[in-house]
Design a protein around this ligand. Structure first.
Ligand SMILES: [Zn+2]
Length: 353
C-alpha cells in the first residue's frame, strides 16, 4: 500500500539529551548524528520517522542512584529533593549539549525560540528543538537562573518531576492512585508561574500533583499544557489527568500530549511493551473527546519510557498516524495532532511571534 505523505510530527517530550550527554562522565553517551539500535531517537531515525522536532527535556537524575525517568522507583514514595548546585551543573551540561548539537548539525537542527522559527523549521525539514526543563531544581528562589536560561533559549518548564522541590511537589509512581497526592504550590512556585507567564515560558503540568495543577490553573494566564500525560479514566496512574483536569485544559484552550509510556497507557499500569497501538488510539480518542481535537498532540517520552513494541522507536511514528487514519481521522485532524496544535498553543504562550 502506498503510504500517504505524513505531516511532520512535533512532539511534546523526549529524554534524549540525557542519553547523548549522560551527567556521569564515566558513561558514554550515544551519538545523536549516528543511527543507533538502542534508545528511541537520533537524527537518522528522526528523518526516517517524520519527526520534525519536539521538546528536548533537561532532566536531572538522582546523583546517588542515577535514577532516570524510565527507572523511576515504583515504591510509591517520592524520591529525595535535589541540591541546587548539583541540579544546576547538570542543567548546564544538558542545555549546553543541545546547543552543541545545534552547532554540530550543519543546519539540520535548530533550537527554536519563537512560533515563527518553529513553523519555518517544520516547513523546511530542519529539526526543531524546544529547550524544556523537566523540574525546576536548577532555578534559584530569586529566579535569576530563569532569566539567564530564558535568554539562552528556555521556552518550557515543568515545575516538578516526580519529587518535591522549592516550588511544588510531583506525583509518586504509584498505581492505582489519584493525582491528589500532596500539597500545592509554594509561594515561590506561584512566583515562578507568574515569571514564566511574563517571559513567555510554557508551564508544563505533567508530573505535578493535583493541588499544584489547580494552583497553576488559578495563577497562570497562559493556556494549560500537559506535555506528556494520558487519561486517568483509562489508566489510573497519578501521572494521568482526571476528567476535571482535562476540562480545565479545554477551558483554557491549552493541550495534552499523548504519552507513549505503556505504564500510563495500560489499564493495569504494567510495564509491558506488548501493548497494542490501539491502546494509544483509545487514549487519544478519549482525550480528543474531552478537550477537543484542536487540543491534543503527541508527547512520546522517547528515550524516557518503555513504549509499545509496535512503535519501537521514532521510526514507528508513521504506524501511529496510519492507525489514526484507519480509525477515521481525516488529514486535517492528523495535521493538527501531528504538530498543528502544538504550534498554535506555543504561539499563544510565547510572547514573541
Ligand atoms: Zn516525564
Amino acid at each position: 500500500m502506498a503510504s500517504r505523505r505524513n505531516p511532520p510530527v512535533f512532539d511534546g517530550h523526549n529524554d534524549t539529551l540525557l542519553r547523548v550527554f549522560p551527567p556521569s562522565r564515566d558513561t558514554r553517551g550515544r551519538d545523536f548524528f549516528e543511527r543507533s539500535e538502542s534508545g528511541h531517537l537520533d537524527l537518522p531515525r528522526a528523518w526516517e520517522g517524520g519527526f520534525g522536532g519536539g521538546f528536548f527535556a533537561v532532566f536531572v537524575p538522582n546523583p546517588r542512584t542515577g535514577s532516570e525517568p524510565s527507572q523511576a522507583p515504583t515504591t510509591g514514595t517520592l524520591p529525595q529533593p535535589l541540591e541546587l548546585p548539583y541540579a544546576r551543573s547538570v542543567a548546564f551540561r544538558l542545555a549546553a549539549g543541545l546547543f552543541k548539537l545545534e552547532r554540530d548539525s550543519g543546519g539540520s537542527l535548530k533550537v527554536v525560540r519563537t512560533a515563527g522559527e518553529l513553523t519555518h523549521c517544520l516547513d523546511t525539514g530542519v529539526l526543531a528543538a524546544v529547550l524544556h526543563f523537566e523540574g525546576a531544581e536548577a532555578i534559584d528562589p530569586e529566579l535569576d537562573a530563569l532569566e539567564v536560561f530564558y535568554q539562552a533559549g528556555l521556552r518550557s518548564l515543568g515545575l516538578v518531576w516526580s519529587r518535591p522541590n522549592a516550588f511544588a511537589e510531583g506525583v509518586p509512581f504509584r498505581f492505582p492512585s489519584s493525582p491528589d497526592t500532596g500539597p500545592g504550590l509554594t509561594d515561590r512556585g506561584r512566583a515562578l508561574v507568574r515569571a514564566c507567564n511574563e517571559l513567555g515560558i510554557a508551564v508544563d503540568l505533567s508530573h505535578l500533583n493535583e493541588r499544584g495543577f489547580w494552583d497553576v490553573a488559578e495563577v497562570s494566564t497562559a493556556p494549560l499544557v500537559a506535555t506528556h500525560s494520558n487519561a486517568h479514566a483509562l489508566c489510573p496512574t497519578p501521572r494521568n489527568l482526571t476528567d476535571r483536569q482535562l476540562d480545565a485544559i479545554r477551558d483554557s484552550d491549552g493541550m495534552v500530549g499523548l504519552n507513549f509510556s505503556v505504564s500510563f497507557l495500560r489499564e493495569d499500569g504494567g510495564r509491558d511493551a506488548d501493548t497494542p497501538i490501539e491502546t494509544m488510539v483509545r487514549h487519544l480518542e478519549y482525550l480528543a473527546e474531552r478537550v477537543g481535537i484542536e487540543r491534543v498532540g503527541l508527547g512520546s517520552d522517547f528515550d524516557g519510557a518503555t513504549i509499545p513494541r509496535e512503535i519501537g522507536d521514532v521510526t514507528g511514528l508513521p504506524r501511529l498516524l496510519e492507525a489514526l487514519r484507519a480509525r477515521g481521522y481525516g488529514e486535517e485532524d492528523l495535521r493538527r495532532i501531528a504538530h498543528g496544535n502544538w504550534v498554535r498553543v506555543l504561539g499563544k504562550t510565547w510572547c514573541t511571534p
